[in-house]
Ligand binder design. Structure first.
Ligand SMILES: CC(C)(COP(=O)(O)OP(=O)(O)OC[C@H]1O[C@@H](n2cnc3c(N)ncnc32)[C@H](O)[C@@H]1OP(=O)(O)O)[C@@H](O)C(=O)NCCC(=O)NCCS
Length: 188
């Protein structure tokens, strides 16, 4: 089986619907949002660097995916474009067969090719070992969002910055300066 990268600008709604359906199975949404609305919103904010989803299909069934988009963050007082990784998941029936690694390696290729200096993401203590095996490393910089909105319901407030246990970068060898990381936008 192999992973393919589908760039957001070339992506059809059919492929996005497969991704949306798998993601909704893995993370059942609290308030359902129509797939078409999310698709249009993603398409409306395409950046300069490669952005899109890796997809691992078996026949017509989507079994794994991962997503990167461009975010411009600051570390200390320096701007840094990063590959913002999200939406990493595999179908519950096929876990442990290497498909998650395939999906993530495919989006990490944009970093390996020099399209982005580094990938930045959050994850749980439970999943951290999966990313360590792929060459990522945990970082301990404080994460902030100077553009955080206020007055939102508690769940949305929490998402104004990273909310999970661990923050990681890929490659783990990237020399990230010390200092606060300002996401300059919500967590992802
Ligand atoms: C995390 C997830 C994508 C891993 O997918 P997967 O298809 O099971 O992963 P793979 O089979 O490719 O695993 C690759 C390696 O990581 C290891 N690994 C995977 N998940 C792991 C975990 N939770 N803890 C420790 N090791 C893990 C595997 O054992 C395998 O090791 P090996 O190369 O030595 O055999 C999948 O469990 C998932 O969809 N989880 C729910 C959603 C989620 O938490 N996503 C991550 C959000 S940051």
């Amino acid at each position: 089986m192999k992973a393919e990268f589908v760039s957001l600008k070339d992506m059809s709604f059919d492929v996005y619907e497969d991704i949306f359906t798998l993601a909704a199975m893995v993370w059942p949404p609290k308030e359902p949002v129509p797939a078409r609305e999310k698709f249009d919103s993603l398409k409306s904010r395409i950046g300069r660097r490669p952005e899109g989803f890796s997809v691992v299909y078996e026949g017509s069934e989507l079994l794994g995916t991962a997503y990167i988009e461009e975010r411009i963050i600051t570390v200390g007082d320096k701007e840094l474009p990063v590959a913002a990784l999200g939406g990493v998941c595999t179908h519950p029936d096929v876990r442990g067969r290497g498909l998650g690694a395939l999906a993530v390696r495919k989006v990490f290729e944009a970093v390996d090719a020099g399209e982005y200096p580094v990938c930045l993401f959050q994850t749980s203590f439970k999943v951290e070992p999966f990313y360590l095996k792929l060459g990522a490393a945990r970082i301990t910089n404080r994460i902030v969002n100077s553009l955080a909105r206020t007055g939102l319901p508690p769940r949305q407030m929490r998402r104004q910055v990273f909310w999970d246990d661990v923050v990681m970068i890929y490659p783990g060898t990237f020399c990230l300066p010390s200092g606060d990381i300002n996401l300059q936008g919500p967590g992802y």
